[in-house]
Design a protein around this ligand. Structure first.
Ligand code: ATP
Ligand code: MG
Length: 426
């Protein structure tokens, strides 16, 4: 999921190790490949529509799932190497939010509580958990089948025998009210078509808002085709609303057959050919901490390391955030950035490198509240001859879905490795 944080991805890795899919050594970890969901979806869509998606086409993927909606825009580009002749470049930073289909379920439960009282529902859930689950299942069917054009004016939602009896014994006034409202029928709940649309509305509004934001992000760049994928995208109400809102903004809105499979299919393709994605836009700013010269009048006293404690002629500044990649920047998947670090003490026998991310594009210190630490790497520097002139060369490989970091003590020639995640969180 695009909104997964580094901890979540780590948890996934640990789960894979525990499940025996991979071993726990450094080499083994290379065998597990994390695929970003929106990219998998984009690859799937690009592949099923190869003929219409010519070089230069901009495609927007709206992945509507159970928990979230994820939106990305990619451009079809020509490539010469790899298994294929086309690949995808992400052209703007993707967006998304918590507007999945389960929020429609929440709205329905609110509606139900309004009709039958919260207390009665709680009691039903507690006393008859199995029948409660059956009711939720019934709702799932009702929700998935709902089509304002075909479902008729009223949907009859059955209470079920157990719930009916519980209401009859403990909440007779609830049943009476229901009967009064429904021509004497108290065994079903009559849900009008408008009410159903109302239950979907807040979630659909949220999706529309997010898609609009992605169009704003695109600014004056065009979007040619919109793909709706994910389980929720099979919903007729969702489809209709998207057509209404965005039908005139793109040439075509495509709903691939079996859109629930998009992620799985795309992930498999990506595994075979990772170069299918050529560039992505960083969703966060990445960096490291370093200690450059103290800037008078800019840096606070609390960050000053006076020169007298150092072998420097200048005071230094603690905890400065050094930029690696800024949020929104397009990063080719074969990008490498090399940075040289030097010790602050001539007899220093090691260097602790720390890596950070932030959703901001302008932070000065690594202890800013917006900054999260991603990881660290200890580089041993056993040979002290060379003093302050020793160098540690650090290379960041953007490669796939995680950033890999290699550090080399240039004096000993010793290599150190770590992997930090290319976080796609918002
Ligand atoms: N016709 C439909 N109408 C409304 N919702 C639907 C329909 N068909 C499936 N869904 C919903 O789609 C969701 C499952 O979709 P999908 O498999 O894409 O989700 P997911 O990938 O597990 O979730 P996420 O991407 O948020 O992690 C379920 O919540 C299901 O109720
Ligand atoms: Mg999903």
């Amino acid at each position: 999921p695009a909104i997964w944080k580094d901890e979540d991805k780590d948890l996934m890795r640990r789960a894979a190790v525990k499940a025996g899919l991979i071993g726990d050594s450094e080499e083994e970890s290379e065998r597990l490949f994390l695929v970003l969901e929106p990219e998998a979806a984009a690859i799937f869509c690009q592949e099923i529509d190869k003929n219409t998606l010519t070089i230069g086409t901009h495609l927007m993927i709206v992945d509507c799932g159970g928990g979230t909606v994820d939106i990305t825009v990619h451009k079809v580009v020509q490539v010469r190497d790899g298994l294929k002749d086309v690949a995808l470049d992400e052209i703007v930073t993707g967006t998304g939010g918590a507007f999945g289909s389960t929020y429609v379920d929440d709205s329905f439960l609110d509606y139900l509580a309004d009709k039958l009282t919260e207390k009665a529902i709680e009691q039903f859930q507690e006393k008859e958990p199995l029948d409660y689950l059956k009711m939720i299942e019934e709702w799932e069917r009702t929700k998935c089948a709902f089509d304002p054009e075909k479902s008729g004016d009223i949907i009859y939602f059955p209470l079920g025998v157990k719930f009916y009896n519980l209401l009859k014994n403990n909440y007779p006034q609830v049943l009476k009210k229901l009967a009064d409202e429904q021509n004497g029928d108290d065994t079903d709940i009559y849900i009008s078509c408008e009410t159903m649309e109302g239950i979907f509305k807040p979630t659909l509004d949220g999706i529309v808002q997010k898609v609009k934001e992605q169009f704003q992000e695109l600014d004056n760049q065009s979007c040619d085709v919109m793909f709706l994928v994910g389980g929720f995208s099979t919903s007729p109400v969702l489809r209709k609303r998207m057509e209404q809102e965005f039908g005139n903004k793109v040439q075509n809105i495509v709903m691939p057959p079996r859109p629930g499979l998009a992620i799985l299919g795309g992930a498999a393709s990506f595994g075979v050919n990772p170069s299918a994605i050529r560039a992505r836009c960083s969703r966060l700013t990445y960096g490291f901490s370093y200690t450059p010269e103290f800037e008078e009048g800019v840096d606070p006293e609390s960050k000053r390391i006076p020169a007298k404690y150092l072998e420097n002629s200048e005071d230094l500044c603690l905890d400065r955030f050094g930029y690696l990649v800024k949020k929104g920047k397009r990063v080719p998947t074969d990008a490498e950035i090399t940075q040289i670090f030097v010790p602050v003490l001539s007899n220093q026998k090691g260097m602790d490198l720390e890596f950070f991310s932030t959703p901001r594009t302008d932070v000065r210190y690594t202890d800013d509240p917006s900054v999260t630490k991603l990881g660290e790497l200890r580089v041993e520097m056993p040979f002290t001859q060379g003093g302050l002139n020793r160098k540690v060369e650090v290379t960041f490989y953007f490669g796939q879905t995680e950033i890999k970091v290699h550090a080399k003590d240039m004096t000993s020639g010793e290599d150190f490795k770590t992997a930090i995640r290319f976080n796609s969180g918002y």
